[in-house]
Each structure stands twice: as C-alpha cells, then as structure tokens.
Design a protein around this ligand. Structure first.
Ligand code: PLP
Length: 364
C-alpha cells in the first residue's frame, strides 16, 4: 500500500469503475492501458500478461520458462519466497533444501525435486548447481532485493553475475519484483540496479490494493504463451476492471514529481531513527534498507543470506513486536518480514514510531 489506505483518488476511481461492471471474463481497455503503463515502466517487459496474484505470476512465469527452454529444473534461493505454488515451496536454509525437500505438507517430493536451492548473494552456489545439472536448468528466479527473510540487499556484483551466468547458459533470468516493482523505483529493482532480466513478475502495487499479479518479459519468450503459443495460461478474473482501475490510478500518482524522493526521505528517517533508538537503548540490531523497504534484524552480525538471517533472536523480536503493539504501532508480525513505508506516513507517525521503538528496545 505505497499510497497508504483509502487514498481518495483510488476510492473515487473504484467507485466509478464499479458502475461499469466488475468482471467480464475478457480483456478490457483498462487492461490494455495498465499493460502499456507496465511495458513503458519496466525495462525487461516487452509484453505482459495480467493475473490475479503474485503466486499466479511466478507460477506462470516458470511454466513459460520451462516451455520456452524445454528444461525442467529451476533454481531459487534459500529464504526467497515466490508465493505458494507447489514447486516454489521448497525448504529454505538447510543443506537438504538443495535436493528439493518439500517445505510444506502436501507438496509431493516428485514436484519439489525439480527445484534446486542456492544461497542468496553467493554466485558460487549457483555455478555448482548449474554444473551438476548441466543443460537441465530452465530458469533462475530471484527476488532482486530479498524481502521475505527481512530485507537483504544484493551484494555488488550478485545480480550482474546472475545475468552473466544466465546469458552464457541459455537460462531464463526471472526477477520476482512482486514486492520491489514500482516500490524501490518506478521501474523496480531492475531500474535501480541497471540489470535487465529476461522475465519479471509483479503484484501488490500494480493492483492498488486489489488482487493482482502480472508477468512479462522479452517478446520472443512471451509469444510462446497461449493463445499465440503453446504454453497454457488463463484466468477468469485476470485483468479484472476494478484491479486494473486501482492499478492505473496508483501508477499515475507514483509518476508525480518528487514522489520517490519524498518516500526515500521518509524511509531514511524511519529506518535510521529506529536503528539509532536501538543504539541509544543499548540493544544491538543490524539495519538494512533499500528505498522504502527496510528491516531491523535482531542480531549483532551482518545479514546477507538466509543462514545469517536465521541467527536473529526471534524471541526478542516477538517481545518487541508485542510491546510496540501496546504502544499503538502495528509492525509486520515476523522478524523475516520487510517493513514498508508509504507516502501516507507523516513526520508525526515517524517520530511516534521511533519514540515507541526506543522505549520498547529499552524493555528488552
Ligand atoms: N513473490 C514475492 C516476492 C512476494 O513477496 C509474494 C508475496 O508476498 C509473492 C510472490 C506472492 O504473491 P501473492 O501473495 O500475491 O500470491
């Protein structure tokens, strides 16, 4: 909710759109408008398909990558979350993960065995998997800024290295920008870091708070998708006029002059303020931030992958979470969630949060 809740322009546009019908099970002009805005914004996207959630976006992007390459294996990173499709629910953070052990009851081992798990920020771990499965890897899917193990920025050279490996091996590089898309820059993490993947998945912001997802990429790949190609994908509610309306209106607001610099400044003030409050209270944390995504890791050490993130003191985080709630501040309820700042957060909100954090750190 990069604009906060109930932004008056989103509410008004949705009220108007509802009167024109909420679902047609067919493309509408609104879908085309949002698609054109996405293509104009995101460097890697030449063609885009709307779906109804981030999970559908990653699931369909992977099917397309497999169909396009004719290969079965996929590589993901420990601690990265890409929605709840079976093949993506593969255990993070343990050696067994590399061999495709399912993370959730209900995921057959046979499905999970095609998912190989590498270590975020570690190109060697990727190269080893590719050597072991030479010619079998269809795609590498990565959150360019990991946001589901707290916030873990890519180290210098990591995304560049993935790009190079994929180009050399004929592997499709998928940036899962469901979280980072239109958040860390209008064109997402790929604009911020200047690395262009082959495919991109989106969600969250492009629906302005309504159920949405999208995946897109190079024309040559996207043309393999049904109906122009053989890889099947469809959805009754995809491109839904209400979600499209909220998305279009959101993107228009994001295009306003200075939007991202104002958001950056609020985010800097809040993340640095919380880190400073922790220092003053004598409670050590490791603080990370990219744009309006940040995390206070309850650990002394640097966090750069799932193994280092998993060392956090989650019990103390839980205590901190509850005492912040008592102060009227509702944080994301897990150490491994990213905190997001919206443009609606005021200076008073930020000051109040920092003051509450100081008193809650002191109690730990
Ligand atoms: N990919 C990433 C990076 C996400 O953060 C999420 C959800 O948080 C998803 C995919 C799945 O999106 P959804 O919850 O809309 O299915």
């Amino acid at each position: 909710m990069i604009l906060g809740h109930c932004h008056p322009r989103i509410v008004a546009s949705l009220q108007r759109a509802t009167e024109n019908g909420s679902s047609f099970g067919a493309p509408t002009e609104l879908e085309i408008t949002l698609a054109e805005m996405v293509v104009a914004a995101v460097p890697s996207i030449e063609m885009v398909r709307m779906v109804s959630s981030g999970t559908e976006a990653t699931m369909s992007a992977i099917r397309l990558a497999r169909g396009y390459t004719g290969r079965d294996k996929i590589i993901k990173f420990s601690g990265c979350y890409h929605g709840h499709a079976d093949s993506l629910l593969v255990k993070a953070g343990s050696g067994a993960a590399t061999f495709g052990v399912p993370d959730s009851p209900g995921v057959p081992k046979d499905f999970a065995q095609h998912t190989l798990t590498a270590t975020f920020n570690d190109l060697e771990s990727v190269k080893e998997l590719i050597t072991d499965h030479s010619g079998d890897v269809a795609c590498i899917i990565v959150e360019p800024i990991a946001g589901n193990m707290g916030t873990v920025p890519p180290r210098a050279g990591f995304l560049e290295g993935l790009r190079e490996i994929c180009t050399n091996e004929g592997i499709i590089l998928i940036f899962d920008e469901v979280m980072t898309g239109f958040r860390v820059a209008y064109g997402g993490a790929q604009e911020r870091y200047g690395i262009t993947p082959d495919m991109t998945t989106l969600g969250k912001i492009i629906g302005g708070g309504l159920p949405v997802g999208a995946f897109g990429g190079k024309r040559e790949i996207m043309q393999q998708l049904s109906p122009s190609g053989g890889v099947y994908q469809a959805g009754t509610l995809s491109g839904n006029p209400l979600a499209m309306t909220a998305g279009i209106e959101t993107l228009k607001l994001l295009q306003e002059d200075g939007f991202y610099s104002r958001l950056e400044e609020k985010s800097r003030a809040l993340a640095e303020g919380i880190a400073d409050a922790a220092r003053r209270a004598g409670y050590p944390i490791y603080s990370t931030r990219v744009g309006s995504m940040f995390c206070a890791f309850f650990t002394n050490g640097e966090v750069h992958d799932w193994t280092s993130a998993a060392k956090c003191d989650t019990k103390s985080f839980a205590t901190f979470f509850r005492s912040m709630l008592e102060e009227g501040i509702y944080l994301a309820p897990s150490q491994f969630e990213t905190a997001f700042v919206s443009i609606a957060h005021s200076s008073e909100d930020i000051e109040k949060t920092i003051a509450a954090a100081f008193s809650c750190f002191k109690k730990l």
